[in-house]
Design a protein around this ligand. Structure first.
Ligand code: NAD
Ligand code: UGA
Length: 440
């Protein structure tokens, strides 16, 4: 099939490369010329395992190209909209400027029978409005909403082998044709038995935000248990293991720590609550405000814990931050808890030295005032407090004896705050550290 992908960020670049690897002819369009240039060279503009290889193979095969020129979409029959839907500057709702601009750009270029497929995460009701617009201005084309569930760090495998595919299709006689077109796009995954849910626009849009709201709620639930565990002397990690053995609950997404960040969960729960309020349904998702509040408290809690290590004042203390990205295997620092903690400590006068295997460049753009150190031993040298904020494999397997030999020897025991609860407290204590987890 001839496919265009509008917006080549974390979602769109992976989608374009994955579609080309399935044999489709794909053109990716982005307004960012330097991003297009990099992608055209087969270079991933951000860190995502496997993406570079997929891009190079796609470009070499002739099935994949990138451009800033929207006119080049005209030959495609399926157009994916994968632009960003960030939190709006003036409130908590989603900013639909980019989605609207992408659809406006597509309308004059839609060939008869072509299909616009929304992939961006949007407030419920958006697709219905866009379908009306397309119906008025390009009545020969159709709209589907096909939310994306990929996780950063696993984006390539999630796109090629999704755990489900959801189609929001029109409510008229066009529905079957739209479904068949999407079936051709996803033929390989469907043949492999991927479950498919065909539904209306509103359900498709809601499936996406409901899934992210559920995941966020699960994390904040366990973080609420961490708050309680800390006061009563319980261990939230054991608690999570124990309740996770119940299949109805499940152990995944029950890791307590500094909480969730990224370009999706935080903004999506806020946009969901804002949309529900617009619909007069604020009460139905009022709990999401609490989910958000618990999550944001985790960041200030880590700062308070750091202060407590120095009797309330971190001024002038050398503090090492391990991890800047919002999760391991990603360089994405959007709404990263680690960045918030680093900024908070810096604002209190600490000498913050931050390191990350992939996230330094992005973090530097956002917080140029921090000290960054690429080399892990250098980052640890002479440190008076170490805080693990992103659970990269190299931090999980860090040798506590080696780390102890690098940090300050002015105190008897240097503290490590394990803000992801991934280290073995006994090992670290045995190597001469004071260990502080969250809720354990
Ligand atoms: P992103 O900011 O990384 O990428 C968006 C891209 O769109 C940018 O490269 C930008 O230059 C480009 N763009 C903006 N306006 C454009 C236009 N008019 N024409 C062409 N290109 C344009 O964002 P992202 O993380 O890829 O997220 C995109 C959407 O996908 C969001 O709605 C997000 O919620 C959703 N989503 C993201 C993920 C993820 O893991 N990142 C997963 C599932 C869903
Ligand atoms: C999330 C969803 O998992 C994807 O299904 C979805 O497609 C995507 O958002 C999106 O809509 O963009 P992602 O943002 O890549 O994916 O990251 P997650 O793996 O969900 O992690 C989100 C945050 O939660 C991270 O900061 C992570 O550290 C944190 N987390 C995760 C916890 O604090 N505890 C856990 O147990 C799990």
């Amino acid at each position: 099939m001839r496919i265009s992908v509008i917006g080549c960020g974390y979602l769109g670049a992976v989608h374009a490369a994955a579609m080309a690897s399935l044999g489709h002819d794909v053109v990716g369009v982005d307004v960012d010329a330097s991003r297009v240039e990099q992608l055209s060279l087969g270079e991933a503009p951000f860190y995502e395992p496997g993406l570079g290889e997929l891009l190079k193979a796609g470009i070499a095969s002739g099935h994949l190209r990138f451009t800033t020129d929207i006119d080049e979409v005209a030959a495609a029959s399926v157009h994916f909209v994968a632009v960003g839907t960030p939190q709006s500057l003036e409130g908590k709702s989603a900013d639909l400027t980019y989605v609207n601009a992408a659809v406006e750009g597509l309308i004059p270029r839609l060939a008869p029978g072509s299909l616009v497929v929304g992939k961006s995460t949007v407030p419920v009701g958006t697709a219905e409005e866009l379908a009306l617009l397309i119906g008025q201005r390009a009545p020969h084309a159709s709209l589907a909403w096909n939310p994306e569930f990929l996780r950063e760090g696993f984006a390539v495998q999630d796109t090629l082998r999704p755990d489900r595919i959801v189609y929001g299709v029109p409510s008229d006689e066009d529905a079957k044709r739209v479904e068949q077109l999407l079936d051709q796009v996803y033929a390989q995954a469907l043949t492999q038995g991927t479950p498919k849910v065909v539904t209306n626009y509103a359900t498709a849009e809601l499936v996406k935000v409901a899934a992210n709201a559920f995941l966020a709620t699960k994390i904040s639930f366990i973080n609420a248990m961490a708050e309680i565990s800390e006061v009563v002397g319980a261990d939230v990690t054991q608690l999570a293991d124990a309740i996770g053995h119940d299949n109805r609950i499940g152990r995944r997404f029950l890791n307590a720590g500094v909480g969730f960040g990224g370009g999706c969960l935080p903004k999506d729960i806020r946009a969901f609550a804002a949309r529900a309020e617009e619909l007069g349904l604020g009460e139905s998702v009022a709990f999401l405000h609490e989910v958000d509040a618990i999550n944001m408290r985790r960041r200030s809690h880590v700062i308070e814990l750091a202060e407590s290590v120095f009797e309330g004042d971190v001024y002038g203390k050398r503090i090492t931050i391990l991890g800047l990205s919002f999760k391991p295997d990603s360089d994405d620092v959007r709404d990263s808890p680690a960045l918030d903690v680093a900024a908070g400590l810096h604002a209190r006068g600490a000498q913050v030295v931050a390191t990350d295997p992939q996230g330094i460049a992005n973090a530097q753009t956002r917080l140029p005032e921090l000290m960054f150190e690429v080399d892990l031993p250098d980052a640890l040298r002479n440190s008076e407090l170490v805080i693990l904020l992103t659970e990269w494999a190299q931090y999980k397997s860090l040798d506590p004896h080696l780390a102890r030999s690098l940090v300050s020897n002015q105190t008897d025991r240097v503290t490590i705050i394990d803000a992801r609860n991934v280290l073995d407290p006994e090992n670290w204590q045995a190597a001469g550290w004071r260990y502080l987890g969250l809720g354990r």
